[in-house]
Design a protein around this ligand. Structure first.
Ligand code: ATP
Length: 235
């Protein structure tokens, strides 16, 4: 289980997260909702070790991980797929994927098997495996970013706005793939503006406002919550 306890994060004097509490159980899809700047990315960056909290705890399976280095956190099973995808545009699709598997370097058969799994999940990446990442469409680049995160065989995957900038049909496919990844055993924490689609595949969610969690509940509860619907579902 991944648990945030009273997590507070500052950038200089600005408090980006204020005493955030959050729990992600094994096997779940958990959604973080909230306007731009509400603190979702900061939550991910802090879990990933890119930001240090000023107070509070991040517990992974009962062990405190706050303050550990990002590469250690990847090795412990948490991998982030950032909003800006951070692909190496000149490198091929397969080279980008192999970089994601660096934690398993030296275990060639495991890397090959994982690469195979990613290609089965996203067949287009197999077709384009020798093309530069920069030549892919937006949706394909997002698949590549997710595929690269999967190469580390994470227990938890943090997905920051995977649907951003994608056409509606592609968004639908993306959410189906996320659901499949979850069904195959990866626990998912998903930050999304696309609340309806995200909640439709999620177990539960947290709504952020100005660095605080203001509403939390099961996906059904959030979808039925009038204020959440008005603000984020567009109904
Ligand atoms: P978005 O969808 O726009 O990424 P978000 O909910 O993920 O929104 P954050 O990116 O976590 O929000 O930002 C939370 C707050 O912290 C915002 O007010 C943002 O301006 C501020 N912030 C984020 N990163 C930094 C930084 N490196 N330095 C200073 N302030 C920052």
């Amino acid at each position: 289980m991944l648990k945030l306890v009273n997590l507070t994060v500052k950038y200089g004097n600005f408090e980006a997260l204020h005493r955030v509490n959050l729990e992600v159980d094994h096997g779940e899809i958990v959604v973080l909702l909230g306007a731009n700047g509400a603190g979702k990315s900061t939550t991910f960056q802090t879990i990933s070790g890119l930001n240090k909290p000023v107070s509070g705890h991040i517990m992974l399976n009962g062990q405190s991980i706050a303050g550990k280095s990002p590469d250690k956190i990847v090795k412990m099973g948490i991998v982030q797929c950032a909003e800006d995808r951070k692909l190496f545009q000149q490198m091929t699709v397969q080279e980008n994927l192999m970089l994601g598997g660096y934690v398993h370097r030296g275990k060639k058969s495991r890397l090959r098997a994982t690469l195979q799994e990613v290609f089965e999940l996203f067949p287009i990446l197999y077709e384009k495996r020798s093309n530069p990442a920069g030549s892919l469409s937006g949706g394909q680049q997002q698949m590549l970013a997710i595929g690269r995160a999967l190469m580390a065989k994470p227990e938890f995957m943090l997905l920051d706005e995977p649907s951003i900038g994608l056409a509606p049909l592609i968004v639908e496919q993306m959410f189906k793939s996320i659901q499949q990844i979850n069904q195959e055993g990866t626990t998912i924490l998903l930050a999304e503006q696309n609340a309806n689609a995200a909640l439709s595949i999620a177990d539960k969610g947290y709504v952020y406002e100005s660095g605080k969690v203001v509403v939390q509940g099961s996906a059904e509860e959030l979808l039925a919550n009038e204020e959440v619907r008005k603000a984020y579902v567009g109904a």
